[in-house]
Design a protein around this ligand. Structure first.
Ligand SMILES: NC(=O)C1=CN([C@@H]2O[C@H](COP(=O)(O)OP(=O)(O)OC[C@H]3O[C@@H](n4cnc5c(N)ncnc54)[C@H](O)[C@@H]3O)[C@@H](O)[C@H]2O)[C@@H](O)CC1
Ligand SMILES: Nc1ncnc2c1ncn2[C@@H]1O[C@H](COP(=O)(O)OP(=O)(O)O)[C@@H](O)[C@H]1O
Ligand SMILES: [K+]
Length: 460
């Protein structure tokens, strides 16, 4: 059971191609199914800790994996029963059911067991499961002590995070061979419990992967405040938001943070480590500025537009967030040649790029290509994409992030990473990782100010 940080994420088409490529020489579909079945059995035996196990098997290869796993669990002397939604249909499932060879209960009459293993449908799901299957899943899941899904919970589509019908909540999902988009995309991701990968010897390559920490810049003996990274935050009508961004940039590790606000607006808030200057048209004429953040608390008036225009033509690496995402036009983004990162939440994304009609991964990739920017499409399933098609899917950090100002903190954290010299995609990933870790560490009912402060602690 492998933790999924930093692993490739494969769509249905990519997974199919990877499986085909793996089937050479002695390796057949049956080999892969045997590997999957025995890896599932090993994981289930460990998690069940001696409790009785009920495996629900479907008619296809997901069911085949279930039969092989049940046979292996039985050989280990564990108490295991099998129930089926249908007779086995695929060649793999027929062979696997024969290997099980034991009793098969009817789904609607199966008695619950403390450990419930769902091997009804996996990546082959093409429509909503029947009511009979949905009801049986709900009944058996409800009565179980531990719920384990094989590959994907039955009822979850593979690529778009959609639940086709009623899907119970699982405690553990065992992804076979590769992580798939629905393991991370909402609402499906919330139903999975812990997602763990089982290796079945299929080589996986993809331009998408899951979030991990590997790019946090560290100072060394030669570092000074400017080499650590100078971030300029352009403020507007609501300076509380931009103050949060400035604080977060410092706490994430920037060496120097400049808060640029209209005369009389800036200068009151802590901490003193933020350098406050009045915003002027030439405020960005400072070569040492490594990243400019514009948008948090900017407002949408004429001043805000002028500041955005100046930031776009200033040519410094840029993070465009909040109000600036409502003011910017996709056409004018191209004018800005330096690296840029857009950080829209769902509403801002729709405003700029239109409604997501397919799935969040594809839509974010398209947006990155269209804008020439790295796009951090925020939410409980944040997706980061670069114009070249690389993408990073992020597991849910904490639902307590749904409070005002946490996005301002994220913009500051990403600003610090960009100013430290990371490439835009790496800067976005590092900022999102830090932000998520800080949220997890804080637990419940934190506020955005706590989140900014906690960034220092999670740098550790
Ligand atoms: N292809 C391979 O090489 C491997 C596949 N493996 C397993 O195979 C699974 C995919 O197997 P399948 O492609 O057979 O698909 P599934 O076992 O997920 O689904 C079985 C079949 O049921 C039918 N079906 C789809 N939705 C339905 C619905 N709502 N109601 C009734 N019938 C429905 C479809 O014809 C589908 O092919 C993976 O999730 C994984 O568990 C593993 O054994 C490892 C190797
Ligand atoms: N339910 C949730 N679960 C996990 N993360 C969330 C959730 N809701 C919001 N977030 C995260 O919290 C932050 C909110 O950003 P945003 O919507 O811009 O807020 P604000 O503009 O108030 O700062 C983003 O990083 C987003 O990914
Ligand atoms: K399943």
């Amino acid at each position: 059971m492998i933790p999924i940080d930093g692993l490739p994420v494969l769509t249905a088409a990519e997974m199919h191609a990877a499986e085909q490529a793996a089937m050479v020489g002695e390796v057949t579909e049956a080999t892969l199914m045997d590997r999957a079945g025995s890896a599932i059995a090993q994981a289930v035996a460990r998690l069940a800790a001696g409790r009785e196990i009920l495996v629900l098997c479907g008619p296809g290869n997901n069911g085949g994996d279930g039969y092989i796993a049940a046979a292996a669990l039985k050989r280990q002397g564990l108490a295991v029963r099998v129930a089926a939604s249908d007779a086995p249909r695929s060649t793999g499932a027929c062979r696997a059911a024969a290997i099980w060879g034991g009793a098969v209960e009817a789904l609607d009459r199966a008695e619950p067991a403390p450990v419930f293993v769902d091997a009804i449908f996996g990546t082959g799901l093409s429509r909503s499961p029947s009511d009979e299957i949905q009801n049986a899943l709900a009944r058996l899941a409800e009565a179980a002590w531990l719920r384990i899904a094989v590959d994907l919970p039955t009822g979850v589509a593979m690529d778009n995070g959609k639940a086709l019908g009623k899907v119970p909540r699982f405690d553990v999902t065992l992804a076979l061979g590769a992580v798939k988009p629905s393991h991370l995309l909402q609402p499906a991701a919330s139903l999975m419990g812990q997602v763990r990968l089982l290796d079945i010897g299929v080589a996986t390559r993809s331009h998408a992967r899951t979030l991990t920490r590997w790019h946090l810049p560290e100072p060394d003996a030669n570092s000074h405040k400017y080499s650590r990274g100078m971030v300029a935050v352009i403020a507007g009508s609501m300076s509380g938001a931009s103050e949060l961004t400035a604080l977060a940039a410092l706490r994430a590790g920037a060496g120097y943070v400049l808060h640029l606000a209209s005369a009389g607006v800036s200068g009151s808030a802590a901490p003193h480590a933020v350098v406050r200057r009045d915003y002027t048209a030439d405020a960005l004429d400072e070569d040492r500025i490594g990243a400019v953040v514009i948008g948090p608390g900017l407002g949408r008036d004429a001043d805000a537009s002028a500041r955005l225009e100046a930031a776009l033509s200033g040519g410094r690496p840029l993070i465009i967030d909040g109000d600036a995402l409502r003011l910017v036009e996709l056409g004018t983004l191209a004018k800005h040649k330096a690296p840029k990162i857009l950080t829209p939440h769902g509403g801002e994304f729709t405003h700029l790029f239109g409604e997501v009609t397919d799935d969040k991964l594809s839509a974010t990739r398209r947006a990155a290509r269209q804008s020439g920017a790295v796009v951090v499409h925020k939410g409980a399933d944040t997706v980061i994409a670069a114009p070249d098609g690389q993408a990073i899917l992020c597991p849910e950090a904490s639902p307590w992030l749904s409070t005002a100002g946490t996005g301002d903190v994220l913009a500051g954290a990403i600003g610090a990473m960009l100013a430290a010299g990371l490439e835009p995609l790496a800067a976005a990933e590092a900022g999102v990782w830090l932000h998520a870790q800080a949220a997890r560490r804080l637990g419940k009912a934190f506020i955005a100010d706590d989140l900014a402060d906690a960034l220092s602690a999670v740098r550790g």
